[in-house]
Design a protein around this ligand. Structure first.
Ligand code: FPP
Length: 249
């Protein structure tokens, strides 16, 4: 179901239950604070963050999740010191190259959103090979947001629609929410039912700006490196207590 369709469908019934969380999007935050509290370098926090990714990917299917979108590197993260950016890219390379067999064995379909194709060519080749190899898998869809920013994604969609209008193949007055969605990186995915941010911060940080229109916002004080399957189960239990109205009453 598209986001536009979800907002039409919601709020019409008498049942206050939130229904299942099919798609959870996570802003993984707190790696730096985890490291600082242990007097460790930031890279140690990011490394433990990768362990938390492993735990959550393993637990997700058993908790009913169909899609898990992780904010791994934002288009604003380039502003971080160069050595931290290099460390994060190295961890991404390490995670995908070491975890791909395991993900494939577990029927996980790995995909990416954001401007990931403009990363270093060898990394793009690794990511693309992982994507192609797991494309036919029917289990958890694991979406990593890489070099991703919600505003940039909407700008790219607007440009694509404008190009069609300029070419005369699209009537600007005929542009619908569904058409915008079809030009986003997340085209074909159900909208996130919930967006979870760890480490207690209350910000969206340019994550899935269009797609979270009707998502429930979940926040935990747990720092990302401490996050695990039990914490994920707690967050989903909190989601199940929410009443979703999609603008209705
Ligand atoms: C925020 O912590 C986290 C990130 C900038 C990126 C998330 C990255 C990981 C979990 C590791 C890499 C993951 C993969 C799959 C390769 P922060 O540094 O902003 O923490 P702080 O707010 O406490 O400083």
């Amino acid at each position: 179901m598209t986001l536009a369709a979800a907002s039409q469908a919601g709020g019409g019934g008498d049942d206050p239950a939130a229904g299942p969380c099919r798609h959870l999007a996570i802003i993984m935050d707190g790696n730096g604070r985890w490291a600082k509290s242990r007097r460790l370098p930031r890279i140690a926090g990011h490394r433990e963050g990768v362990e938390a990714v492993r735990r959550v990917v393993e637990a997700a299917p058993g908790l009913g999740l169909e899609v898990l979108t992780l904010y791994a590197f934002s288009s604003e993260n380039w502003k971080r010191p160069a050595d931290e950016v290099t460390d994060l890219m190295g961890l991404l390379r390490h995670y995908v190259s070491h975890e791909i067999d395991n993900l494939h064995r577990n029927n996980v379909c790995l995909d990416f959103i954001g401007d990931w194709r403009s990363l270093k060519p060898d990394l793009v080749a690794l990511l693309d090979a992982a994507r192609v190899r797991t494309a036919g898998n029917t289990g958890l869809k694991l979406v990593m947001a890489l070099n991703y920013g919600g505003q940039g994604e909407i700008v790219r969609a607007a440009r694509a629609l404008a190009a069609k209008a300029a070419a005369g193949t699209l009537d600007p007055d005929g542009i619908t929410a569904e058409m915008v969605e079809a030009h986003l990186d997340t085209a074909g995915l159900p909208p996130p039912d919930a967006v979870l941010r760890t480490s207690g911060e209350l910000r969206l940080s340019n994550f899935l700006l269009w797609q979270v229109a009707y998502a429930e916002f979940l926040v935990t004080d747990t720092l990302w490196p401490d996050f695990d399957g039990a914490a994920l189960a707690n967050a989903l239990a909190e989601f199940s207590r929410r009443e979703r109205r999609f603008g209705g009453r």
